[in-house]
Design a protein around this ligand. Structure first.
Ligand SMILES: C[S@@+](CC[C@H](N)C(=O)[O-])C[C@H]1O[C@@H](n2cnc3c(N)ncnc32)[C@H](O)[C@@H]1O
Length: 457
C-alpha cells in the first residue's frame, strides 16, 4: 500500500532561516504585490529583482515586509505593515490566524478567495496547454463548516499543556482557544476538552483527540498510548455530560486497538448524502476518510450524479471509494458499481452502508491497492476517481491507453490533477466540464471536479 496515508513528498530546497534576534530581516522600503501564488501568498520582488513570497499580502497592495527565510532564488516573509490596502482585504475572523498553521486566506473577502481558487485551477491546467471552460463554483458557509479535526496533545518539560493543531512544516503544536471554521458543535468542545485534559492523571499518555461531527451525533476518538483507568472514567463522564460518542485507539505502535467507551456502542456518526433521500445515511467510524464540509460535499455528490448521467444498469467503477460517498448515490440511481478502496475497514463500512441504503446488490466493494490500475477499466461505461493528493498517474496512463468513454475526476490537489488530465488528453480524452468546490473556505485548499470524454475518431 505505497500511497495509503502518505503525504506528497516535498522537495526541500536549501534555505536559510534568518538568525537575527527575532529571526527576521526587514526588506528596505515597501513593495507592491504583483499577484497571488497558488498557496495564497502575495508575490513581489525586492530591489534586486529577487522574488518574494509574502504571507497575508493581496494583489495590488503596497506593503512593508519582514523576511524570515532566504533561499537561492526567492525569499519568504510576511507583512510588517500594510501601506496601501486592497479593497478585498478584510479583518481575519480568528485571533489565531497566521500562527496556527490552519488557514491562509482569512484576510481576503470570501468571494475573492473563490475567484482565486478558480484562477489557480485554470493556471495549473494552462501550464499543460489545457484550456478550461469557466469553472463552475460550489459554495457553502464561509465559517463553521469543518466537521472533522485532529488536535494534538503534548505536555512540555515545564508541565505546560499544548493542545491544538500542528504548525505547518514544524513539529510543534499551536494552542487552540477557538477555531471558527469548525462546526459550532466541535468548536464548543475546545475549551471543555482543554479543561479536562489539564486535570487528567496522565495527559502524557494521550497522543491526540479526533473530533467528528455526524448529522445527529458527535464522536471523539482518543489516541491513548497506554490505558490509564482513572482517566478513562473521567472521559466516560465527559462523554455523558456532552452527549458524545467516545472511542479510544489504545496501544503503542501503528496498529492500536479501537474500542468504544460510551453507553451507545452500536451507534456511529452518519451523514446524509443524496442517497439519504431514500432514508439511509452514510456511516463512518474512527479513522475513516470523511469529506470535510457536509454542505459542499452534498452539492459535489449531486454534481457527480448529474454529470454521470446514469442510465439503468450502467457500469461504473468508483476508484478510491472510501466508505461509499459517491458509490451509494450512483448505485441508488441505477448504476452497477464496482468500488475500489485500499483500506479494508472502509471497504467493510462501504458494504454495511450499501446494505443500509438497500443497494448492496448493485455495489461490488473490493479492497485493492490502487498504486497501479485495476483490471477491466475499459469495460466500464464511466470511471469515477477521487485519489489522495498524489493523484493517480498510473491509473490515468491505463485509462489513456484503453479507457471508457467518460471519466469523472475529483481532486484535492490541482497540480496532480493537471498532470493527470494532461495524460488523459494525450490519450484522446477532452475536458468538457469543470468546477471548483469551495470545500475549505479560509484556506488555500482547492477541491475540484472535472469531466472528460473520449473524442470519437
Ligand atoms: C480523497 S479520499 C476519497 C474517498 C471517497 N471518494 C469520498 O469521497 O469520501 C481518497 C481515498 O483513497 C484511499 N486510498 C489512498 N491511497 C490508496 C491506494 N493506494 N489504494 C487504494 N485506496 C487508496 C483512501 O483510503 C481514501 O479513502
Amino acid at each position: 500500500m505505497a500511497m495509503l496515508g502518505q503525504r506528497r513528498q516535498q522537495r526541500r530546497p536549501a534555505r536559510k532561516r534568518l538568525e537575527a534576534s527575532n529571526g527576521q530581516r526587514d526588506e528596505k522600503g515597501s513593495v507592491v504585490i504583483e499577484r497571488m501564488a497558488h498557496d495564497g501568498r502575495g508575490v513581489s520582488r525586492n530591489r534586486d529583482g529577487k522574488t518574494l513570497f509574502i504571507e497575508q499580502a493581496l494583489t495590488g497592495e503596497e506593503v512593508e515586509v519582514a523576511i524570515h527565510t532566504q533561499h537561492g532564488r526567492y525569499d519568504e516573509g510576511h507583512v510588517r505593515r500594510v501601506v496601501k490596502a486592497s479593497e478585498a482585504r478584510v479583518t481575519p475572523g480568528c485571533e489565531h490566524f497566521g500562527r496556527c498553521g490552519g488557514c491562509d486566506l482569512q484576510h481576503l473577502e470570501i468571494e475573492g478567495q473563490r475567484r482565486h481558487k478558480q484562477q489557480v485551477l485554470r493556471e495549473h491546467l494552462e501550464r499543460h496547454d489545457i484550456a478550461l471552460p469557466e469553472p463552475e463554483l460550489l459554495k457553502g458557509e464561509a465559517w463553521g463548516y469543518r466537521r472533522r479535526a485532529r488536535l494534538g496533545v503534548r505536555v512540555g518539560s515545564d508541565d505546560r499543556l499544548h493542545f491544538g493543531y500542528r504548525v505547518r512544516g514544524q513539529d510543534r503544536l499551536f494552542n487552540i482557544e477557538q477555531c471558527p471554521i469548525l462546526e459550532p458543535r466541535l468548536e464548543a468542545l475546545l475549551q471543555p476538552l482543554r479543561a479536562l485534559i489539564e486535570t487528567l492523571e496522565a495527559p502524557r499518555r494521550l497522543g491526540h483527540v479526533e473530533l467528528v461531527a455526524g448529522d445527529d451525533s458527535v464522536m471523539i476518538t482518543l489516541r491513548q498510548l497506554r490505558r490509564v483507568p482513572g482517566d478513562m472514567t473521567r472521559w466516560q463522564q465527559f462523554a455523558r455530560d456532552h452527549q458524545l460518542l467516545l472511542s479510544v485507539l489504545a496501544g503503542e505502535g501503528n496498529s492500536p486497538q479501537l474500542m468504544r467507551l460510551d453507553d451507545h456502542p452500536d451507534i456511529w456518526p452518519h451523514y446524509r448524502a443524496l442517497v439519504d433521500d431514500r432514508g439511509a445515511g452514510i456511516g463512518i467510524q474512527s479513522g475513516d476518510f470523511l469529506q470535510a464540509n457536509a454542505d459542499v460535499n452534498h452539492q459535489l455528490v449531486a454534481r457527480v450524479l448529474e454529470w454521470a448521467n446514469v442510465h439503468n444498469e450502467m457500469a461504473v467503477m468508483d476508484l478510491f471509494a472510501g466508505v461509499g460517498n459517491f458509490s451509494l448515490t450512483l448505485a441508488a440511481a441505477g448504476a452497477r458499481v464496482i468500488a475500489y478502496e485500499g483500506r479494508e475497514s472502509m471497504v467493510q463500512r462501504l458494504r454495511d452502508n450499501a446494505e443500509n441504503a438497500g443497494v448492496a446488490d448493485r455495489i461490488d466493494a473490493r479492497c485493492t491497492d490502487l498504486s497501479g490500475a485495476p483490471a477491466g477499466l475499459e469495460q466500464a461505461d464511466l470511471v469515477v476517481l477521487d485519489p489522495p493528493r498524489s493523484g493517480a498517474q498510473g491509473i490515468c496512463q491505463a485509462l489513456a491507453d484503453n479507457g471508457p468513454s467518460r471519466v469523472l475526476y475529483v481532486s484535492c490537489e490541482p497540480a496532480t490533477l493537471a498532470r493527470d488530465v494532461h495524460i488523459l488528453t494525450g490519450g484522446g480524452y477532452r475536458l468538457v466540464q469543470a468546477l471548483v468546490a469551495d470545500m475549505f473556505p479560509q484556506t488555500a485548499h482547492l477541491e475540484s471536479l472535472v469531466l472528460l470524454e473520449r473524442q470519437s475518431t
